[in-house]
Design a protein around this ligand. Structure first.
Ligand code: MRU
Length: 368
């Protein structure tokens, strides 16, 4: 997608064939800082410190991390060590395990000297596939936005509420939740996005608002607590969020606060969709609430905020009394019953075992 007049992806192979470029997302929106990763340690740090974040992008970065590791040690033991190191970086987004499994499955049968190059080429494939997958998610979600547009007075935008950043920065390109929005915008369907700020790390304010502004999509930033009020006043036509892990029964795990938006949407009869690729579905898990590990992060993400002052200096300030006890759950689970539908690369289905099985029979069979 666009930054100014340039097309960007969130991760790209550098021409040296040995490193990848990423955008350090902790610096956005105040600075566009490009960082080069060239080792498995750097890839692991980039994921755990959230220079890269968002389920599909975590997976893509981990795939390149495996390739870096294999350049140093391509033995079976080296492969497993890299897998474990990268797998430990973040616990909730299942795309991480999906990508690591895929790379290991691909290279393990190969002779040791061929593994590193094969992993590198496969990581590039994963990235390209992610772009195409998200483009398809966008086309499938576009139909929902167009249907909503038909029910509105001519020229009035479809108001879409989104949470966190499930945009192109969270994937390799297009995004998941934002892809239908970008598709609608490109097609000339009037859209307007309510962007939840998404405390504590403010991915909505710092990333989604920045993305949409760069692409010219009309949007309004709101505090996390505003969504229910807007829905009561019919200011939201539909909600579209992403997912970090969706269960075989259709429970949607996503950034903390998603569940509350789904409750408000249900109370107000507003459609609530999650957009996600097959790589986000964990076919081994049925109950999201009981089985998905929820990441708990440093309490300072809650007690402190980062922003830019009027002199253009980026500062980190404390907003709670020193020593305040803090808890920082990073994700929650929205039960399938609150989700109107899942927007995937193969189509839109109900958030249910039957709905997912109809779209993905080959995976569903394996998990049954
Ligand atoms: O903690 P983050 O920033 O990695 O969380 C990201 C989200 O919750 C996104 O909504 C999710 O990964 C969907 S990805 C397109």
């Amino acid at each position: 997608m666009r930054i100014g007049d340039r097309d960007f992806r969130s991760i790209w192979a550098e021409p040296d064939g040995a490193s990848v470029g990423i955008i350090d997302q902790t610096k956005l929106p105040h600075e566009l800082k490009v960082v080069t990763l060239a080792s498995v340690q750097e890839a692991a740090t980039a994921i755990s410190d959230m220079w890269v974040r968002g389920a599909p992008l975590i997976g893509a970065t981990a795939a390149y991390g495996m390739a870096f590791a294999l350049r140093v040690d391509a033995s079976d033991a080296g492969l497993d060590r890299a897998y474990d190191m990268l797998h430990a970086t973040r616990p909730t987004a299942i795309n991480l395990r999906w990508a690591l499994d895929a790379v290991r499955r691909r290279v393990r049968p190969l002779p040791v000297p061929e593994r590193a190059d094969a992993a590198w080429a496969f990581a590039a494939e994963i990235c390209d596939e992610d772009v195409e997958t998200n483009r398809r998610i966008g086309l499938n979600g576009l139909a929902l936005i167009e249907a909503a547009a038909k029910g509105k007075p001519a020229g009035e935008p479809v108001n879409i509420l989104t949470h966190c950043n499930a945009g192109w920065l969270a994937t390799v390109d297009w995004g998941t939740a934002t892809s239908p929005i970008y598709q609608a915008f490109e097609k000339g369907v009037p859209v307007h996005v309510f962007v939840d700020e998404t405390r504590p790390r403010n991915q909505g304010a710092s990333l989604t608002a920045w993305e949409l502004a760069n692409h010219g999509v009309p949007h309004t930033l709101i505090v996390d607590n505003a969504g229910g009020h807007l829905m009561q006043h019919r200011m939201v036509d539909l909600c579209i969020v992403g997912s970090d892990r969706t269960t075989a029964l259709g429970d949607v795990c996503n950034k903390i606060g998603t569940y509350l938006k789904a409750l408000a949407a249900r109370d107000n009869g507003i459609p609530f969709y999650a957009a996600l690729p097959a790589s986000t579905i964990d076919w081994t898990v049925r109950s999201g609430v009981d089985e998905i590990p929820i990441e708990q992060r440093n309490g300072e993400e809650v007690s402190h905020v980062i922003g830019i002052n009027d002199d253009g200096v980026v500062e980190r300030v404390r907003i709670a009394p020193a020593g305040t006890p803090v808890s920082n759950y990073a994700f929650d689970v929205t039960p399938a019953r609150l989700v109107t539908g899942l927007i995937t690369e193969r189509g839109v289905c109900t958030a249910s075992e039957a709905g997912l099985a109809a779209l993905f029979p080959e995976y569903a069979r394996k998990s049954a």
